[in-house]
Design a protein around this ligand. Structure first.
Ligand code: DNO
Ligand code: MN
Length: 396
């Protein structure tokens, strides 16, 4: 193979939350990334991202010696997900933001279609045997919150008898502080989330989805894509949907971007090339029925962005975030598929190490859970070495 194909490696990026991120652009550059993925987090959900604001943010990033081609996320307002009364105006804003982003040099725009909650965990500081802190999800704790703290009507029907029994036990073992912490962990909004709730307003927000089942949410998702993809295509940006995290319904709210079949259906219904996927191995990988390397092979050119991380599935619907090359994701097989995909496409795909453990000097520091620097730096270093090794072997 020629040098050109050998050099076609993933574009290594890290997420940066903007000027308020405790992680600096210089730190990200030293960690080895060549680009950041970011968003105008200060713009309220549903408002237009102006070209001026996009250019100003780009200038800050480029001054630090980094690039910016991927947005994560241009959020989708709940009234688009629910097809509420404000739909037309919000779609109009979304289209304008897409045009402005394209004019401002962005090529890839990440979004998700999860009702109310973005990613969800029940423990943000779970100690690994080596003392690093990981993010963890326990269904029992979701049930403890849902049934005993939130008191959502009908919640019991969504859990097995064994989960309910464990949830009751877990709830009674918690003191007031522990209960408050659990509630905050689940609904206060993890980094990058658009919504932040208290128990009372979460319960009423859930009620706004009473009439929306999975079929309706899928229809609303397709209506959104049909409305924005033509504009994205014309402007030259690809939209990439981030899968549900975790990939199943939660709090009675439907989730419809959880499996290979879910996304294949989206691409069949809205064939526009602007309709793409953010392939997140950590989100899809919670389900053993998602064949990660096979999905890269089959979803191929729909994949516009990669989130690489591995979860370790536990018993009773629990999982935690493992080191990037450990856990249940066969990362070697995934990256091997990505190496081949890039060669077939003739282009490099942007990736980022998705989350990382809090470790070393980051322990005890102010941090965005999952997004402290050193754990992600370890992940990026491992993933980059893995890709180089595979690319060198395949290219002989
Ligand atoms: C979590 C992230 C998600 C993702 C959004 C995309 O770490 O992967 O918050 O950015 O779901 O819209
Ligand atoms: Mn992700």
């Amino acid at each position: 193979m020629t040098g050109a194909t050998t050099n076609m490696l993933m574009t290594q990026t890290m997420r940066w939350f903007g000027p308020n991120d405790p992680v600096s652009l210089q730190g990200i550059r030293q960690a080895g990334a060549s680009e950041v993925v970011t968003a105008l987090h200060e713009v309220p959900n549903g408002e237009v991202w102006t070209l001026d604001a996009i250019r100003a943010r780009r200038a800050v990033i480029e001054t630090a010696g980094l690039g910016w081609t991927v947005v994560e996320s241009l959020p989708v307002h709940e009234d688009i997900k629910r097809r509420g009364p404000d739909w037309d105006r919000l779609i109009d804003h979304y289209r304008t933001s897409l045009r402005n982003l394209a004019a401002g040099g962005v090529t890839t725009v990440t979004y998700n279609f999860m009702p109310l909650l973005d990613w969800t965990r029940t423990d943000l500081a779970w100690a690994m045997p080596d003392g690093a802190l990981a993010l963890r999800f326990e269904l029992e704790m979701v049930a403890a919150y849902d049934v005993h703290i939130l008191g959502r009507p009908g919640a019991e029907a969504d859990y097995s008898a064994a989960t309910l029994e464990a949830a009751a036990r877990r709830f009674h073992a918690m003191d007031e502080d522990a209960r408050r912490l659990l509630s905050r962990t689940i609904i206060a909004g993890l980094p990058g989330s658009e919504e932040s709730f208290t128990d009372a307003n979460f319960l009423s927000a859930i009620g706004t989805y009473d009439e929306i089942d999975a079929a309706q949410l899928r229809a609303n998702h397709i209506a959104f894509l049909e409305a924005v993809c033509p504009v994205a295509e014309e402007a030259g940006v690809q939209l990439v949907v981030h899968p549900d995290d975790p990939p199943f319904a939660i709090f009675g709210l439907p989730r419809v971007v959880s499996t290979e079949a879910d996304v294949a259906d989206l691409f069949a219904k809205v064939p526009s090339a602007a309709n793409g996927l953010c392939f997140c191995t950590g989100s899809f990988g919670v389900r053993a029925d998602n064949d990660l390397p096979g999905m890269v092979e089959r979803l191929a050119d729909r994949i516009g962005f990669l989130h690489l991380r591995s979860v370790q599935r536990e018993t009773n619907g629990a999982f935690h975030e493992a080191p990037h090359l450990e856990g249940d994701a066969n990362m070697t097989a995934v990256v091997a598929q990505v190496v081949q995909l890039q060669q077939r496409l003739g282009r490099s795909l942007p990736m980022r190490p998705d989350h990382g453990h809090q470790m070393l000097d980051d322990l005890g520091r102010r941090n965005n859970p999952g997004y402290s620097l050193l754990g992600r730096m370890r992940g990026l270093a491992e993933l980059r070495g893995l890709e180089r090794g595979i690319a060198a072997t395949l290219n002989g």
